[in-house]
Design a protein around this ligand. Structure first.
Ligand code: PEP
Ligand code: MG
Length: 553
């Protein structure tokens, strides 16, 4: 029996299920026998201990996990939440009840805000559970540790648990909730953990059930048949061979080069990207450097960051994106107005035009950094929708010393007029995350419309095909730097649509490299035609899987 969800990465694992204990129930005891003062001492102590525990876990976790856990530690130590708890305790509530109510109030606030903030509600719930477990003197609800490998099934795995998973025991994770941008998915990708999230019926699995978790196919197979097990074992061995395969430049089987580049958000990840075989950088998200800044970074501050990045890639292509501020990544020194619909507002190049000195400084810093290193710098603008915006950006970039200026194709408008955009821009890079969001009119951060947020949809593929064709005609490169490039089978389809390079999270490079080597250009075009002819995203995926098995026409 197959249960469906959203796979993270392309991993596959077999093992017995262990379900994570249900969360603590709502505390039923409303009023306390203790004095309010005693009760508040308990509450304050539990909040502080939980904050310290989360901070300590953050310190050992490192990477993205560190940020997530530190953010949770701050939630536990938040003074206004503390006051909410204190007020309730002083009015006679038990500390358990006060913590439950105070956190639930904040959780509802976040949920009401929607989008990114709503997905952080799970983080807050987790902190509430930990504080109450501390009060009750029971272990914090968490991951079992049976002493043997198992498949962890959870309703929604907390970031604290995901970050500290013992990979020697947890061979895969399956969650009932969680969208593609939940922290579970983000951290699972970073840890190369086999995971399928959003499996609505996963709770029907019982402890000890043997399952196949197949992230590449978005499925969890319950009670697998001997044939299914043999197939899974075969694919696990294949993947192990893939990971151990020599690192070489990305190409199709006929030798067509398809450079495999890294998506990075800071120069810290550069060495690891090189180790995993990145041939350069296809997307450097500069806004990640300045998310916490309350003033615009100076030219000097920026230049040193960019030099650090470029130095890691001597002689290689490094594509840097100017600040993509706005929507879920607001920068206080660029975006000052609250907008009712920020994904459709002053975001990306639109916001930078409204704050042109910031853009000028950034381009100046980039040009100076290039002059100091031997990397081949290319700079691109996010969220371009018109030819006029393309001209504005390219002219300004050249004026300030940037040699190669391109644009991201993230709006259907830019894709549909790619021929005119590419008459000016020196290259295009397709951001499939946003292109899918805007084509399908489905918020990329919202779990409820995650089903529509699928770059396999033929509408999205058709637009990519437009850009590929325009690039071929103009003799200009067309990359993909959205999550789609990290899907090994979709990567082949993208090349069949005319895409000339692929940029992804470095942990995905080995799988994509191996997949490309299985097809020549004619195969890739055949698979692209199969996907384009399908009715929807699921059908396109299925049609390509069938076409892969079929002999070449
Ligand atoms: C995209 O939209 O696909 C993209 C690569 O940009 P970001 O995910 O940073 O919006
Ligand atoms: Mg984008």
């Amino acid at each position: 029996m197959q249960l469906r969800g959203t796979g993270v990465g392309a991993g596959i694992a077999i093992g017995p299920v262990l379900r994570m204990a249900d969360p603590l129930p709502e505390p039923s005891e409303l009023t306390s026998d203790r004095s309010p003062q005693d009760e508040w001492v308990r509450g304050r102590e539990a909040l502080a201990a939980t904050a310290a525990d989360l901070a300590a876990r953050g310190a050992t976790a490192g990477g993205t996990a560190k940020d997530v856990l530190e953010a949770q530690a701050l939630m536990a130590a938040d003074p206004s939440l503390g006051t909410e708890v204190e007020n309730r305790v002083m009015a006679g509530a038990t500390a358990e009840r006060a913590v439950f109510e105070a956190f639930a109030g904040y959780r509802d606030l976040l949920t009401g805000m929607g989008g990114y903030l709503a997905e952080r509600a799970a983080d807050l719930d987790d902190v509430s559970q930990r504080v109450r477990a501390h009060l009750a003197g029971v272990p914090a609800p968490g991951v079992p540790s049976p002493g043997h490998p198992f498949v962890l099934v959870a309703r929604d795995l907390s970031p604290a648990d995901t970050a500290t998973l013992d990979l020697a025991q947890v061979s895969a994770v399956v969650t009932v909730d969680g969208g593609p941008t939940s922290h579970t998915a983000i951290l699972a990708r970073e840890k190369s953990l086999v995971a399928v999230v959003g499996v609505a019926s996963a709770w029907s699995l019982a402890d000890g059930d043997r399952v196949i978790v197949d992230a590449g196919r978005d499925t969890v197979v319950a009670a697998p048949t001997p044939d299914e097990l043999t197939d899974a074992e075969h694919r696990i061995a294949e993947r192990a061979a893939t990971a151990a395969a020599p690192i070489e430049p990305g190409r199709l089987s006929d030798g067509t080069p398809v450079p495999l580049l890294a998506n990075l958000g800071s120069a810290d990840g550069a060495a690891e990207a090189v180790r995993l075989g990145a041939e350069g950088v296809g997307l450097f998200r500069t806004e990640f450097l300045f998310l916490d800044a309350d003033r615009a970074p100076t030219v000097d501050e920026q230049r040193s960051e960019y030099v650090r990045l470029l130095e890691a890639f001597p002689g290689r292509k490094v594509v840097v994106r100017v600040l993509d501020a706005g929507a879920d990544k607001p920068l206080s020194f660029v975006n000052d107005d609250a907008e009712p619909n920020p994904a459709l507002g002053l975001r990306g190049i639109r916001a930078l035009r409204a704050a042109e000195p910031v853009l000028r400084d950034q381009l100046t810093a980039l040009a100076q950094a290039e002059a100091e290193t031997s990397a081949e710098l290319q700079v691109m603008a996010p969220m371009v929708a018109t030819v006029e915006e393309t001209r504005y950006f390219a002219d300004l970039a050249h004026e300030l010393g940037i040699r190669v200026a391109g644009v991201m194709v993230e709006t259907p408008a830019a894709a549909l007029i790619a021929d005119r955009v590419l008459a000016i821009a020196e290259f295009a890079s397709i951001g499939t995350n946003d292109l899918t969001q805007y084509t399908m009119a489905a918020d990329r951060l919202l779990g409820t419309v995650a089903g529509l947020q699928d770059p396999w949809h033929p509408a999205v593929l058709r637009l990519i095909g437009e850009v590929g064709a325009a690039g071929a005609k103009a003799g200009k490169s067309v990359g993909v730097c959205g999550e789609a490039a990290a899907d090994p089978l979709l990567a082949v389809v993208l090349v069949g649509l005319g895409v000339t390079s692929l940029s992804m999270s470095p942990s995905a490079i080995a799988d994509v490299r191996a997949s490309l080597l299985g097809y020549d250009r004619a195969d890739a075009e055949r698979l692209a035609r199969a996907a384009l002819a399908a009715e929807g995203a699921a059908e396109a995926r299925q049609a390509v899987r069938i076409a892969v098995e079929a002999p070449s026409a």
